[in-house]
Design a protein around this ligand. Structure first.
Ligand SMILES: [Zn+2]
Length: 79
């Protein structure tokens, strides 16, 4: 891990509320490098990355989470 790697990938913090116990949790995801990775929250929502994410509520073990917010993102590339 070096500075160049950190600068060239996008990080998002997902705020997820458990449908079972209604607790909110955060999940940090790092986008892989590539041409079609989402670069901001809007693109992330529209992408397939969220569908691949697994959610498990730590306190209750629920696996159904509702996304209530996204922080982070940023452009790793200059177009
Ligand atoms: Zn829960």
């Amino acid at each position: 891990m070096n500075v160049a790697v950190l600068r060239s990938s996008a990080w998002f913090t997902l705020h997820i509320r458990c449908e079972n116990c209604m607790r909110e949790s955060e999940k940090v995801v790092e986008m892989p490098l590539g041409d079609d990775v989402p670069r901001d929250a809007e693109e992330l929502i529209e992408s397939v990355f969220l569908e691949r994410l697994s959610f498990r509520c730590r306190p209750c073990g629920g696996v159904i989470g509702r996304l209530i917010g996204i922080n982070g993102g940023g452009s790793p590339y200059d177009y």
